[in-house]
Design a protein around this ligand. Structure first.
Ligand code: CP
Length: 317
């Protein structure tokens, strides 16, 4: 595998889940694969889980790891071609990327959506430039429109906790004070659509996602109806996708906060969230602290999804 930016890059989902289970059984079984290989992790945005889990995954594989926070300690980077660089950005991404490629064998990139220009975000300009100009295998540590390492970890977690072959998965919008990208819900939908699970997406009107990601999911605007019989509730906030409101917060309606009353409608569902989560906006304390909350197991599986992906990339070097 040379690139990992979306669900299709992982190929057969059952095979990927089996490989992840094998990695989890003995995460130090492949320490020779990464010997004398270097991973460069580049962050344009903040992170806790992705930073730690991906670094740990690479170390499990015997790799050396370098981390660059572009906005703290590196030159500020211009990303637009054709710009007269007379502002506060002294280096262009088009030189910086091949230079970074000189110092490593593989690159992980985190770069969020700007939420101002939908075309720019959905063209994935930053990670695409890394793929084109670095000369190295590149994987996404969350890009403008997808977060595949998160979704892979989510699916690993569902596989571990499900008690029926085809669980009902409900992804629900929940309120948040700030505008957040659609990357996590897009990606979660894309990965769940690779399974044969029953899949329902619920959100207030105006929060429709790109139909390309919604795929075969059923969209239900009535959250109570959506929650009926759910085996897993996956909560996430996202800003509006549809024009003319792209990137805007249309509602902070706390009736959409996931609480015990809503969870009581489900089939004793597990609660999931990618974290970080705003308590009592997205989910109440009671729900996230309940025995049915699997957010920590989900975060722990970030190490496994990252290790499976990096392992496949090392095998292709
Ligand atoms: N879920 C996730 O990607 O967390 P971080 O933003 O902390 O990496």
């Amino acid at each position: 595998m040379k690139y990992f930016t979306c669900a299709d890059d992982i190929g057969n989902i059952k095979a990927a889940l089996q490989e992840a289970a094998e990695v989890k059984r003995d995460r130090f079984a492949f320490t020779e694969l990464g010997r004398n290989r270097t991973l460069l992790m580049i962050f344009f945005n903040s992170s806790l889980r992705t930073r730690l889990s991906t670094q740990k995954a690479a170390m499990n594989l015997g790799m050396n790891v370098m981390v660059l926070d572009v906005n703290q300690g590196a030159w500020k980077l211009e990303t637009e071609r054709g710009v007269i660089m007379d502002g506060d950005k002294p280096e262009h991404l088009l030189e910086a990327i091949p230079v970074m490629g000189c110092y490593c064998d593989m690159i992980g990139v985190r770069s969020f959506a700007g939420l101002k220009d939908k075309n720019e975000d959905y063209e994935e300009r930053v990670i695409e430039q890394f793929i084109r100009y670095s000369g190295r295998p590149v994987f996404s540590m969350e890009a403008a429109t997808r977060h595949p390492l998160q979704s892979f970890a989510d699916l690993i977690t569902i596989e571990e906790f499900k008690t029926v072959e085809r669980p009902k998965i409900v992804m629900t919008w929940a309120p948040h004070p700030k505008a957040l990208p659609q990357a996590v819900p897009n990606s979660f939908a894309e990965w769940i659509n690779k399974t044969d699970y029953e899949f329902v997406i619920t959100h207030p009107e105006g929060y429709e996602l790109d139909p390309k990601f919604v795929g075969k999911a059923r969209v239900e605007y009535d959250r109570d109806k959506a929650f009926e019989g759910a085996d897993f509730v996956y909560a996430k906030n996202w800003s509006a996708y549809a024009d003319p409101n792209y990137g805007k917060v249309l509602s902070t309606d706390r009736r959409w906060t996931v609480d015990t009353k809503a969870m009581a409608l489900t089939n004793n569902a597990y609660f999931m969230h990618c974290l970080p989560v705003r308590r009592n906006m997205i989910v109440t304390d009671d729900v996230i602290e309940s025995p049915r909350s699997i957010v920590i197991a989900e975060a722990a599986n970030r190490e496994i999804s990252a290790q499976t992906v990096i392992k496949r990339m090392l095998e292709s070097l």
